[in-house]
Design a protein around this ligand. Structure first.
Ligand code: SF4
Length: 63
C-alpha cells in the first residue's frame, strides 16, 4: 500500500499523525507528509483509519 496526502487540501490538524505516526508526520510544513514509500503491513489498518478520520479527505491510498 502507498499513502498520499494532498498538500492543498490538508489542514495540518495532526489527526493522521496521531493515528498512524509511523506513516504521517507534521513537520515544518503546514501539511502532513508521508514518511514511507510503502506502508508496512502492520500499519495498513491505521492508515485506513487515518484516511477515514481525516476531516478534509486529504488522504488517499493505492493498494
Ligand atoms: Fe492533513 Fe488530514 Fe492529516 Fe489532518 S488528518 S493533518 S487534514 S492529512
Amino acid at each position: 500500500m502507498k499513502a498520499f496526502v494532498d498538500p492543498d487540501t490538508c489542514l495540518g490538524c495532526g489527526v493522521c499523525e496521531t493515528i498512524a505516526p509511523n506513516v504521517f508526520k507534521l513537520g515544518s510544513e503546514p501539511y502532513a507528509t508521508v514518511l514511507v514509500d510503502s506502508v508496512a503491513p502492520e500499519d495498513e489498518a491505521a492508515v485506513r483509519e487515518a484516511m477515514e478520520s481525516c476531516p478534509e479527505g486529504a488522504i488517499t491510498i493505492e493498494e
